[in-house]
Write a protein of this length. Structure first.
Length: 522
């Protein structure tokens, strides 16, 4: 799925020759950002970059000041007790202190010192970058572990609102965590070059639902990793209310159709009434990074980028069975996995999309991976479990949808099984979502569109329809969250769930709130 890195001690950080090595053998991610800083002579190492080492305060200040056009002919002595004019990086520290980009520390005797070899934290990084580049807040960005009253909040908010950081997937920023050299390099490159900045969009809300005891049982995963189950019933006014709830577990990472992936890499299954969970023994000894599922079928990608399927019903015709359900698949360089009815999609790092299984109801069962012939590198795949509809987002920000649920003259298209059709009225798309029977698209202009099962195909392609997004929405429901026939569900900032339901009855209130554990899912 969908993961992003961020994160930089000093040993030969400063090369007296001033000649930078562009081909660091130990840099395997964010190569473009590192090369950008090499070209600007911000990074001047030879040989190895040591990307995963923590970055020291003097290293960070050195990189920061090299990225700025500064005059070092005259310097004000910062009067730090632990550095002198002969020390490496002195001129950068002195100038940064003079300009107010940094400040020293005070020891127990009241003396000011800089602590050059101390490790820079994420919060300190935010402060020096915001100060050095005079960044201002572009929008309201908050993190659950950064109180608005804290001294760090304004710097972190400014950095995030400029799309230089997104924080972590659980809604935290982890301000006191140590920063690595590669992460500092990435943050600095994003600050200098807007093209490297991250695209932001509403996160997906992981939920599953089932009918039980005369109502709806719902499991929801909070941004903090709490898995909560609640029993929802409808009152006379068709508003759902909370009957009861319980916390099932902490440290949950993903929730997919009743399956739970914990932070420790183990996979668990919710029971039918969503009040207990049991570990899946078939995946017990694997360190799993992400899962996708459909029915009893589970695809599991490990932390070492190995792909396993747990397929007791032999859905993919790979020779699995109830007695021997687990199999490792021969595919590498995996960026994302997606699962639909009888089909497994794999997106590789180079943008190649592969499919294994039965791509739609007219296709033959493919027992080996087949490349999806779109002709453009793909950066995201989404499957609508409820409609067997697939969407592919390409590197040029166009979206193609499968023909499996496209109508032509009232009938499903029954030829050219592997051909997909472009959306004709939506371009510049930055992210796609699966939301039950619909697929949503968000553009770089933060406009949301959707197509649903049975979308009409014109001679030019498929038409999507614009969505109205609640003003206080902070997340979008995933496919498994669509209980009661709903189309789209949104998590609001006050903890409520806003449901937009289809209806042919004009007297029926198709938009209502579910007061589901205020703040529990935040």
């Amino acid at each position: 799925m969908k993961k992003i890195l961020f994160a930089l001690p000093l040993l030969l950080f400063f090369c007296m020759s001033g000649i930078a090595n562009a081909a660091f053998t130990d840099v395997t991610q964010n190569k473009e950002e590192v090369q950008f800083l090499v070209d600007k002579e911000v990074i001047q190492e030879q040989g190895e970059f040591r990307p995963n080492d923590s970055i020291t305060r003097v290293e960070a200040v050195t990189m920061l000041m090299r990225s700025l056009d500064m005059d070092y002919d005259t310097l004000n002595n910062p009067n730090f007790t632990d550095i002198s004019e002969d020390d490496t990086g002195y001129e950068y520290i002195a100038k940064a202190n003079e300009l107010g980009f940094i400040s020293g520390k005070i020891d127990q005797n009241g003396n000011s010192y800089f602590d050059p070899n101390g490790i820079l934290t994420r919060a300190q990084m935010a402060k020096i970058i915001v100060n050095a580049f005079s960044l201002t807040k572009q929008s309201e960005k908050t993190f659950s572990d950064v109180p608005s009253s804290s001294a760090q909040a304004s710097y972190i908010t400014n950095l995030a609102s400029n799309n230089i950081t997104t924080g972590y997937s659980d809604g935290t920023f982890k301000p006191n965590n140590k920063l690595t050299r590669i992460h500092f390099a990435v943050f600095l490159a994003r600050t200098l070059e807007p093209n490297y900045r991250v695209e932001t969009y509403l996160p997906q809300m992981f939920m599953s639902s089932t009918t039980a005891d005369g109502g709806i049982k719902i499991a929801g995963l909070s941004q903090g990793g709490n898995l909560i189950s609640w029993h929802s019933e409808r009152n006379a006014d068709n508003d759902r209310y909370l009957k009861s709830y319980k916390q099932l577990t902490k440290n949950a990472k993903e929730l997919d159709s009743g399956y739970v992936l914990k932070e420790d890499g183990t996979v668990w299954e919710l029971n039918e009434t969503y009040d207990k969970m049991s570990q899946i023994n078939g995946l017990k000894n694997l360190k799993i990074e992400t899962i996708e599922s459909f029915g009893s079928f589970i695809a599991a990608l490990t932390t070492s980028n190995e792909l396993y399927i747990l397929d007791p019903d032999n859905t993919l015709k790979q020779g699995t069975s109830v007695s021997s359900p687990l199999k490792k698949l021969s595919v590498s360089n995996i960026k994302q996995i997606e699962v639909g009815a009888n089909v497994l999609f794999v997106l590789q790092e180079d943008g190649t999309a592969l499919a294994l299984g039965k791509l739609n109801k007219w296709a033959n069962q493919e027992t080996q991976f087949t490349q999806i012939p779109i002709g453009q590198p793909i950066k995201q795949i989404v499957v609508s479990d409820l409609s067997n509809m697939y969407a592919f987002l390409t590197e040029d920000n166009q979206v193609y949808v499968s023909n499996n649920t496209v109508y032509i003259n009232g009938d499903f298209l029954e030829s050219k099984v592997n051909i997909s059709y472009r959306l004709v009225n939506v371009s510049n798309v930055k992210h796609i979502y699966s939301t039950g029977p619909s697929i949503l698209f968000v553009t770089k202009e933060d406009k949301y569109f959707k197509i649903s099962s049975g979308a009409a195909l014109t001679e030019h392609g498929v038409t999507a329809f614009k969505m109205n997004v609640p003003n206080s929405a902070i997340a979008i429901g995933n496919a498994s969250s669509q209980w009661n026939g709903g189309f789209v569900y949104w998590l609001l900032s006050d903890g409520r769930i806003y449901a937009e339901l289809p209806s042919n009855d004009p007297d029926y209130d198709i938009k209502y709130f579910i007061p589901a554990l205020k703040n529990a899912l935040k």
